[in-house]
Design a protein around this ligand. Structure first.
Ligand SMILES: NC(=O)c1ccc[n+]([C@@H]2O[C@H](COP(=O)([O-])OP(=O)(O)OC[C@H]3O[C@@H](n4cnc5c(N)ncnc54)[C@H](OP(=O)(O)O)[C@@H]3O)[C@@H](O)[C@H]2O)c1
Length: 264
C-alpha cells in the first residue's frame, strides 16, 4: 500500500518543458494526477499538454520565467482555481553554468542562484499555505548529486544545489508536524538538454563523457521520483553511478579530490 496515492493528486511541476520535468509530468499524469506545468518555452508546454490530454489526463500550463514573482503566483493560483488546491509542489526548473570560478562573470552566479535556489524557495513559501490544506502534501526539490559531492568547473551550480539540500533538510523537520513531506532528488547526469541550455559552457568537463548517451534517461529519473513520492521517501538518488559517488564522498572523500585534480 503506497503512503501516497497519486490518483487525483494536484501537482505543480516547474521546468516541465523538457528533460526530467517533462518526463515527470507525463509519468504523474499516467498515474492520474492533475497537473499545473510551467516553463518559458510555450510551444513545448503546449505539446506536452496536448499529449497528456489526448491520453485522458488533466493539465494546465502557465508560461513564464520562474524567477518572476508574478509567474510563481500565477502557477499557484491556477492550481487553486482549476483543481481547488494543491497536494504536491515539484521544484524542478534549473540551469547549469560550467567553467572556472575565477574566470566567470559575477552575473553568472546571480542568475544561476535566482533560478536554481531563490525561485524554488520563494515558490515554496507561496505554495505552503495551500499545500498544508492538501491531501498527503509534499514538496519535491530536484537537486543534484553535485549537491552531495561537488565537482570542479561547476562551482556555482554545486553551491546552489548544496544550498537546496540544506534548505530541504531544515524544511523537512520544520514541516513534520504539519504533515508536509519534503523529498530531495539528487540525480546524476541525465540525458536532457541541460548541458546545451547552460548559462555558460566554458570548459570540457573531466567528469562527463563526450558523445554517446549521457547517463540516465529522463524517463528513468522520473520513474524513480514517482516511486519515492509514493513511498514517502526523504531522498532519492537515481542510478548506480551517483549512488557510488555519494558513498565515495562518505567513506573516502579525499579520493574524489585526488582523481579530479589530475584533470585540471
Ligand atoms: N541533466 C542532468 O544531468 C541533471 C543532473 C542533476 C540534476 N539535474 C537537475 O534536473 C532539473 C531539470 O533539468 P533537466 O536535466 O531536465 O534539464 P532541461 O531539459 O534543460 O530542463 C530544465 C527545465 O528548467 C526550465 N527553466 C530553466 N530556466 C528557467 C527559468 N528561468 N524560468 C522557468 N523555467 C526555467 C526549462 O524550461 P524553459 O527553458 O522552457 O524555461 C526546462 O523546462 C534541474 O534542476 C537540474 O539542475 C539535471
Amino acid at each position: 500500500m503506497p503512503r501516497r496515492e497519486l490518483r487525483d493528486a494536484r501537482i505543480i511541476v516547474t521546468g516541465a518543458s523538457s528533460g526530467i520535468g517533462a518526463a515527470l509530468a507525463e509519468a504523474l499524469a499516467a498515474r492520474g494526477a492533475k497537473l499545473v506545468v510551467t516553463a518559458r518555452r510555450e510551444a513545448l508546454l503546449q505539446q506536452l499538454a496536448a499529449k497528456i490530454r489526448s491520453a485522458g489526463g488533466a493539465v494546465e500550463y502557465v508560461v513564464g520565467d520562474i524567477t518572476d514573482e508574478a509567474v510563481r503566483r500565477a502557477v499557484v493560483d491556477r492550481a487553486i482555481s482549476k483543481f481547488g488546491g494543491l497536494d504536491v509542489l515539484v521544484n524542478n526548473a534549473g540551469v547549469g553554468a560550467f567553467g572556472r570560478f575565477d574566470e566567470a562573470d559575477p552575473a553568472r552566479l546571480r542568475q544561476l542562484f535566482e533560478v536554481d535556489f531563490f525561485a524554488a524557495l520563494e515558490l515554496t513559501r507561496l505554495a505552503l499555505p495551500t499545500l498544508k490544506q492538501g491531501n498527503r502534501p509534499a514538496i519535491v526539490n530536484v537537486g543534484s548529486i553535485l549537491g552531495r559531492r561537488a565537482l570542479p568547473l561547476a562551482s556555482e551550480y554545486c553551491a546552489a544545489k548544496f544550498a537546496l539540500r540544506g534548505f530541504s533538510e531544515a524544511l523537512r523537520m520544520e514541516l513534520a508536524q504539519s504533515g508536509v513531506d519534503v523529498l530531495l532528488v539528487s540525480p546524476g547526469t541525465t540525458d536532457t538538454g541541460f548541458f546545451t541550455s547552460a548559462l555558460e559552457m566554458k570548459a570540457k568537463l573531466p567528469w562527463r563523457k563526450e558523445g554517446a548517451r549521457q547517463g540516465m534517461t529522463p524517463e528513468a529519473t522520473a520513474a524513480a521520483i514517482v516511486v519515492a513520492l509514493e513511498k514517502g521517501r526523504s531522498e532519492v538518488i537515481p542510478g548506480v553511478g551517483p549512488k557510488l559517488l555519494a558513498l565515495a564522498e562518505r567513506f573516502v572523500p579525499g579520493l574524489v579530490d585526488r582523481a579530479m585534480r589530475r584533470y585540471l
